[in-house]
Design a protein around this ligand. Sequence first.
Ligand code: HSE
Length: 440
Amino acid sequence: MRTIHVGMLGIGNIGKGTWQTLEQGRARIEETTGLDIRIDRILCRTIRPERAEAIGVTPAQAEALFTTDPAAILDDPAIDIVVELMGGIEPATSYMAQALKNGKHVVTANKAAIAANGEMLSQLARENSVMLRFEASVAGGIPIINAVSSPLLANTFSEMHGILNGTTNYILTQMSEYGKDYAEVLKDAQAKGFAEADPTADVEGIDAANKLSILISLIFGIKVGPDEIAREGITRISAHDIRFAKESGYRIKLLASAAEKDGKVYCSVEPALVPEDHPLASVSNEFNAVFVTGSAVDSLMFYGRGAGPLPTGSAVMGDVIEIAVEINKGNAFDNIPLLRYDADLTCAGEGAHRYYVRMTVANRTGVLGSIADTFGAHNISVKSVIQRGAGAADAREALPEVPLLFIVYETERSTLNEALAEISGKDIVLSVDNILRVED
Ligand code: HSE
């Protein structure tokens, strides 16, 4: 049986999950492909006995397996495939570039590195006639990259919406189910290990923007860097927003969206009110989903675990097996880049949407009319308005200030911001508390 030699950069959770996935699937992989896939070397920062224990190898095996020298993998002519699982843009990008230049195929789970440097790495793969695969970089165990690049290739896509970050979806679900506030749920999620000690990349939507940037290139064929994507996180969502959304028939989700219309691509990562009967509304806790609409296939939703050692390990191993099979065929490699930047489309910001606006206003005559007039002056049409009292006093006595909720029809966010700047200046408006996109 032919052996395919793999060198792995990094042995954190995903590295361990990849090792475990390979060992669990070894018999089936060998039976199906006729190949013996071996992880021969693993790069780690320090060699410690726990690392060997975590993947069940003896100290003697560990000595041959672990290295702290990247060149021991990148420059070893016996290594066929380099699997990069270190995370972060550097040194991961430089290591992948070196591996490609040395004629090695590369598999990565690194969304930040692919979003930042995918074009350069794809070019290197092409120049060196090797494959670069990154299924695990978007939505963990969901094979969305393969789906849109291969079985769905005959489609032109008009839109996609993704729940691409498990941490934020977990927090929003817990807020919705238990009526708790953001800070309380975040603390709880950190204590249980669901959220990172520094959750910035997740809660501010940076992680989702990296993943959306990759999907835009695959689905629409243009380059939109993560920094070009309009982005808002979930830190301003309160228990009030969740409750009001629920009462109006919506769930709040951190949506990564992109749509194409008349040659323009509109995209954003932002919390949005999703109708409760939309399939994305039922995606709970740490689960991810990607909803795409193709010209032939119509709408499809992919659902599953977007993180975790084994789901991510499953995606990494899928890429490794695909490459191993190609190596064994001995033909020219399928090194047509999956990432594309050649479509005749331009990125045009986030586009016009419906919005929910929550504000706190003085409970006085004429307030509603005054605010509605200002929306009207900015050509913003109001779809619905709800005024709420607070707690037990609701509807029994006139409170000095009350929350007022508007849903407005399609408008550009910049136009809405101008109107709200004017509305905030009125002495009857105590605060504009939140603005959220509404999907219908
Ligand atoms: N931090 C990510 C999430 C994990 O919460 O979904 C993998 O990208």
